[in-house]
Design a protein around this ligand. Structure first.
Ligand code: GLP
Length: 259
């Protein structure tokens, strides 16, 4: 079972996860982070900023989960731009060590395998940050994605395109295709940290944590992982049947365990 941590507000979640990342970088200065986009991980990146000041992050490596296909990397909403703006620049990471899947249409059929090879060469991902879509997707693995899938091109659902239209002028500008780490890729990371905030995520969180393990709700793949942590606020936790037990377990957690 994943460890479920229910916090008062997103900022508390951000601080908890940032502390864990700092511990990781102290132990392993060339740690490999799995970076997520979307609004959910922002409190983590914000909390990391003051914590990383004065620390040597010059060897920290990172892999983004996903990218739109056919969107100019210079477009402000390409995940390359988002990761640069929200993570690389504020945290002072070396841009040469931070990768995003290559979404350029030229040679797209090979880009997934190339991305997998770079993750392998880096020794795998140490800590993967995850958000979750309202339909239960993680990365851009839409419902139906194979649990064995690796980085590949996917078609976005209408729902995801609608959800993400807020970052574009209109839904018509949201690309139809993406290239995303697969569920199999994500499951290979050594520690998964899934965050979710707000009532809009309550169904997806309940399905991922307590529902059956099913490709119909890709986030439920975390139940197969030996070290998964789910950090949610009260609203996102509101449909969890065993919330009291999760609180009790966390309150009585041995200090040596870490996150
Ligand atoms: C996008 C990203 C996902 C993210 C999801 C939720 O689809 N590809 O990685 O988890 O949006 O976004 P938000 O965190 O903004 O709710």
């Amino acid at each position: 079972m994943a460890e479920i941590v229910i916090v008062r507000e997103a900022a508390v979640a951000g601080a908890l996860v940032a502390d864990e990342i700092v511990r990781l970088i102290r132990d392993k200065p060339d740690a490999v982070l799995g970076l997520a986009t979307g609004s959910t991980p922002l409190p983590v990146y914000e909390a990391l900023r003051p914590r990383l000041e004065g620390m040597d992050v010059s060897r920290v490596r990172g892999f983004a989960l996903d990218e739109y296909v056919g969107l100019d990397p210079a477009h402000p909403e390409s995940y390359r731009s988002v990761i640069t703006r929200e993570v690389v620049e504020p945290l002072g990471l070396d841009p040469a060590l931070i990768r995003t899947p290559d979404g350029s249409p030229e040679g797209i059929e090979r880009h997934g395998e190339e991305y997998e090879a770079s993750i392998r060469e880096a020794g795998g991902i140490d800590l993967q940050i995850l958000g979750i879509g309202t339909d239960g997707h993680i990365g851009f693995n839409e419902p139906g994605s194979s649990f064995a899938s690796l980085t590949r091109v996917k078609t976005l659902t209408e729902q995801t395109r609608r959800d993400n239209a807020r970052f574009f002028d209109s839904i018509d500008d949201v690309p139809m295709h993406c290239i995303t780490q697969g569920l199999g890729t994500i499951l290979r990371a050594r520690h998964l940290v899934l965050l979710a905030f707000g009532a809009g995520k309550a169904d997806a969180v309940a399905g991922a944590v307590e529902g059956p393990v099913t490709a119909s709700l890709p986030g439920s793949a975390i139940q197969l992982h030996p070290h998964a942590t789910v950090v949610v606020d009260e609203a996102a936790a509101s449909k969890l049947a065993h919330a009291d037990y999760y609180r009790y377990a966390y309150d009585n957690k041995p200090a040596w365990q870490g996150l």
